[in-house]
Write a protein that binds this ligand. Structure first.
Ligand code: GLA
Length: 731
């Protein structure tokens, strides 16, 4: 059984296939964190906090009511609460009606159930009764009647534990929640590195790894979106952990809004990791009888380095986060008009692009920004009026265009930005108070838009109706859901004064409601998430939309870094990647067509250019690329990724995908910068069967698995931007 409760020692053992997590109830009352790591049998001698802290033990014997503060200051707590002798960052902080914030959450009971309950209104990992087990531990503050339920779901095959917290006001007075972290883990060690994925528009999710220093190291978002700037993912690991060896503890929050991820190295040389909704500008009024559900944190344990940690995240997300018809691939190769035309297009031009794309092998045309009524070209167009098509550009409307595309056997995809509107839209004229704002105060416009207030049910219903009407009006089989601004001047006309600080989280609940409704109403439509490129690349969005536009930066050199960093937590099947024109529109760098194709074929493949501007050689190469991708896409989409060489360590990158059946292996190699007179790079593969023979499809050469892994294959690095995708077939 994955979850075992030992009554005699008051311990919970949460077992995955290769790891164990132990919670111990101090005096049967206070949950302590006892262990997280490699599998630990639940047989004597059992780990206890007492054996870890022998000198502290005496202090506790004096009784819980009068605890020595030094002792509490270094106790490994399972869910630290504000207002005790524990001086580190709390996970939970709430205020009672009398203004006080001190409480004691004590264990009162637990249940263990097979499977995994849904989290009300929130995206989450899902699992059947035979795939997971869930522990719900009930903690209660006797004096106030406030209950906190800690939820742990164990997915043994993935070495994953998911955690979330439900708070129930069982008292008779209001309680104001000030912080409800989803997970907190107190490690007994201090020698950790922290790995984060910071970035910016057009250079999202770069890898940053640094040793923990004393104090709190935090990354967060205060933008109303998970953001380009940080990602709700981080990993902690001993400093000698590498890509292929050592322990790694991965944390990821299934949430698209403001998060806080922190690691505190304290004076006792212990580390507390915390992950959850950002307490910044958050408070939540819980009236008697009401409950609050936190987002879910995913925790992955690996004892074989960062590569294995990532593969566990990838498998989990492919099998238990993504949903719908396109969960396992089967997605069209597309051509998007954005970088080809920007706002300047006509129906005729779009059909020409579609024809060019079709010739290359593409299966779908995406019409990007600017198709709605747009008197003035470009960013000043009235965003928000999704029911008014620009008849000058599209005289036959969306249906006319869609029918023509379908007639040439091309599917039709459409761009929306449903969370914003501009002041020159009809929608704004009708509902000026539907934006996030405070009356009489300034408002920041981004790309000339204001943020629709998704905390208001009537706004959500309006968006659902408008988008549904458009999707019903034309043969649309793909939607690109963009969001090009963030929340500023947070205030809502729909919320009472005492609930204003609920806006940011209520916005996310509204967004998830809209996404859930639309994606289940249109199950055949493939939805792609986007937020100024990869500004909301997170598990929350992925639960509704199985792919996300990874970055507005389509320069293949930049993309190598972005896709490498993104792969720390997210699978290739989720990463949209397109071939665009050269010189690149974001970096102005010229790159070979082959490199652009090879990099994009490591993700969810497509094109974003005007075929009329391509040379004949490029058209021929594109045909080969599409044919190659269609043949091998399942290996990329569903296979296991091995990051062989990191561009963050040398001007070269290598990725390997092994098919689910282990018979096909794709090896991607990229030279970023050449150096004169350097020997070819030996790229050593991983994860192969040592004794098996693998045939290089292009050359017919045969290699043993051992040779490929120990000697490797040679790749010239005598010129910038050399790239190759090799296919090895197991004999
Ligand atoms: C964002 C997206 C782009 C494109 C433009 C349209 O930047 O990331 O792909 O859709 O908006 O304005």
């Amino acid at each position: 059984m994955p979850i075992v409760f030992k009554k005699d020692t008051n311990q919970f053992f949460l077992h995955t296939d290769r790891s164990t997590y132990v919670i111990e109830l101090l005096d049967g009352r206070i949950p302590l964190h006892a262990y997280w790591g490699k599998t630990l049998p639940d047989m004597p001698p059992l780990v206890t906090w007492k054996s870890s802290f022998p000198s502290m033990f005496l202090a506790w014997d004096t009784g819980l009511e009068d605890v020595d503060f030094i002792t509490t200051g270094c106790l490994p707590l399972e869910y630290p609460v504000f207002g005790s002798g524990d001086m580190r960052d709390p996970a939970f902080h709430a205020q009672f009606a009398d203004g006080s914030r001190v409480m004691r959450l004590e264990y009162v009971g637990h249940t263990v159930t097979d499977g995994k309950p849904k989290l009300c209104g929130l995206p989450a990992i899902y699992a059947n009764a035979d795939e997971a087990q869930t522990l719900e531990m009930h903690l209660k503050d006797e004096l106030s009647g406030l209950s906190v339920y800690l939820l742990y779901t164990v997915l043994p095959a993935y070495d994953v534990i998911t955690r979330s917290v439900r708070v129930v006001n069982g008292g008779t007075e209001d309680v104001r929640l000030l912080q409800v972290a989803s997970a907190s883990v107190d490690f007994y060690d201090s020698q950790f590195d922290m790995l984060n994925l910071p970035g910016m528009w057009a250079r999202e999710r770069q890898i940053e790894r640094r040793p923990l220093m004393h104090g709190v190291q935090r990354t967060d978002s205060k933008r109303g979106a998970s953001s380009h700037y940080q990602n709700p993912f981080f990993a902690l690991m001993p400093s000698d952990t590498t890509e292929t060896a050592g322990e790694a503890f991965g944390f990821n929050l299934i949430y698209s809004g403001d998060f806080l991820a922190s690691a505190e190295l304290d004076a006792h040389e212990m580390v507390r990791a915390t992950l959850g909704i950002n307490p910044y500008d958050f408070s939540w009024l819980l009236t008697p009888g009401e409950d609050f559900q936190s987002p879910e944190a995913v925790m992955v344990y690996s004892d074989a380095g960062l590569g294995e940690m990532s593969r566990k995240f990838h498998r989990l997300y492919r099998d238990h986060l993504l949903r719908g018809k396109y969960q396992h691939g089967n997605r069209p190769v597309l051509i998007n008009n954005w970088e080809g035309t920007y706002w300047d297009f006509t129906e005729e031009k779009l059909l020409e692009i579609a024809k060019g794309g079709k010739e290359m092998g593409c299966e779908l045309l995406v019409l990007d920004d600017g198709w709605f009524d747009n008197d003035r070209l470009g960013e000043l167009g009235p965003i928000g009026d999704w029911d008014i098509v620009d008849k000058k550009k599209l005289p036959n409307g969306l249906k006319g265009l869609g029918d023509k595309l379908n007639a040439m056997d091309m599917k039709f995809g459409l761009w929306f930005e449903p969370e914003v509107f501009s002041m020159n839209s009809e929608l704004y004229k009708k509902h000026p108070d539907w934006c996030i704002h405070v009356e009489g105060r300034p408002r920041t416009k981004w790309r000339h838009t204001l943020n629709l207030d998704y905390s208001r049910p009537e706004v959500c219903e309006h968006v659902i109706k408008t988008i549904s009407d458009v999707l019903n009006s034309a043969p649309i089989s793909y939607v690109k859901w963009d969001y090009n601004r963030n929340i500023s001047e947070a205030g809502s006309k729909g919320l009472s004064p005492e609930r204003q600080q609920e806006l940011r989280h209520r916005y996310m609940l509204g967004l998830y409601y809209v996404m859930e409704t639309l994606t289940s109403r249109f199950p055949d439509v493939l939805f792609e998430g986007c937020s100024g490129g990869g500004g909301r690349f997170d598990c929350g969005i992925l639960h509704y939309m199985p792919q996300i536009w990874t970055s507005d930066d389509t320069d293949p050199e930049e993309r190598i870094y972005i896709q490498h960093g993104t792969s720390m937590a997210y699978p290739a099947i989720a990463m949209s990647a397109h071939v665009s024109a050269s010189p690149n529109h974001q970096t102005f760098r010229a790159t070979p067509f082959k490199l652009r194709g090879d990099v994009a074929m490591a993700g969810q493949f497509g094109y974003e250019l005007d075929p009329a501007k391509m040379t004949d050689d490029e058209i021929t190469a594109a045909k080969e690329q599409v044919a190659f991708y269609k043949k091998y896409r399942e290996v990329v989409q569903l296979g296991d990724l091995y990051r062989l060489v990191s561009p963050f360590e040398e001007p070269f990158a290598a990725w390997e995908y092994i098919a689910e059946d282990k018979n096909t292996v794709l090896l991607y190699t990229f030279v970023i910068n050449s150096k004169p007179y350097v020997a070819p790079k030996r790229v050593k593969l991983q994860g192969l069967d040592e004794a098996a023979v693998y045939v290089d499809e292009a050359t017919g050469k045969e290699y043993s698995g051992a040779f490929l892994m120990q000697v490797g294959v040679a790749r010239e690095r005598t010129a910038d931007h050399l790239s190759e995708i090799a296919v090895f077939r197991k004999k």
